[in-house]
Write a new protein. Structure first.
Length: 277
């Protein structure tokens, strides 16, 4: 019987959340964020998702704390740096992509449309998406296309046809945001069947996660990336919250191994995502 090499899964971590309650330790200062990110990489994470925030956790166009955090991370870790161009904010489209101005950012989230987001509206207009995509091309940053609704898949293909989006890029299905894609296996299966390009790496973000069941389903369905971290949820099982982000990473890494797969190293993550290609 021929044995295949186990598939490699990128474990991403989004370390800073809102409304995180004790005993979970929500990192906000550059020192605390860096300390937890370095611990996450040692536990098996190969990519970190970071917003440009101040020390109160609010989004800002000031790169001071963001760059200071990367300084500290890079002293002890080669983890892939993913900047964010998203978030519910009053920042301008130029300010929302300020993370791209730090040359250490290798990947960035590119939200592919607008949705209701709880009681708010998350605005990502097509002209704005084109602007962010061009800025990513200029800065040689690999986009992760964040998909919150089925119609965002043909939207991204329209930008591919226009030549605005060029490979490499990956897909991130965002499930669990109120009131967008519900977080269940049926939705994930439906979205995967709609993927217009079957050879593009894809992953899952489960907002408001209460357990790892959907991430496990994604791994079994062929996901290249699964994300944990306090930005999404502090919980790993019903009523059980992690103390730190590294606790979540350790648990998802263990689950991936128990499923017969392996976690990607930072070098392997760059190869999977096409960084520096």
């Amino acid at each position: 019987m021929k044995h295949h090499k186990p598939r490699k899964i990128i474990v991403a971590v989004a370390p800073t959340g809102k409304r995180i309650r004790p005993p979970s330790l929500n990192p906000l200062t550059p020192q605390d964020v860096a300390r937890q990110v370095i611990a996450c990489e040692k536990a098996g994470a190969s990519m970190v998702h970071m917003h440009v925030r101040d020390q109160q956790g609010e989004q800002t166009e000031d790169l001071t704390d963001f760059s200071a955090t990367l300084d500290l991370i890079r002293k002890d870790s080669d983890i892939v740096i993913q900047g964010s161009t998203g978030g519910l904010t009053d920042l301008t489209l130029e300010q929302r992509c300020v993370a791209l101005d730090d040359a250490r950012v290798e990947v960035a989230s590119l939200n592919m449309g607008s949705i209701n987001f709880g009681e708010d509206v998350y605005v990502n207009r097509m002209p704005d998406i084109r602007y962010w995509a061009r800025r990513m091309e200029e800065t040689r940053v690999v986009p992760e296309l964040e998909i919150f609704a089925a119609g965002m898949l043909p939207a991204y293909m329209k930008l591919v046809e226009e030549g605005v989006l060029k490979r490499p890029y990956s897909i991130g299905f965002v499930l669990g945001v109120r009131w967008a894609l519900p977080a269940n296996s049926e939705t994930l299966f439906f979205m995967k069947t709609l993927l217009p390009e079957k050879d593009v790496p894809w992953g899952v973000i489960h907002a408001g996660m209460q357990d790892f069941s959907l991430l496990a389903t994604a791994v079994g369905m062929g996901a290249s990336v699964v994300r944990v971290g306090f930005e999404d949820s502090a919980y790993f099982a019903s009523g059980q919250a992690a103390l730190t982000n590294a606790d979540l990473v350790e648990r998802i890494v263990s689950l991936i191994h128990q499923m017969g797969f392996e976690v990607a190293s930072c070098k392997e993550a760059r190869q999977i995502l096409g960084i520096n290609s």
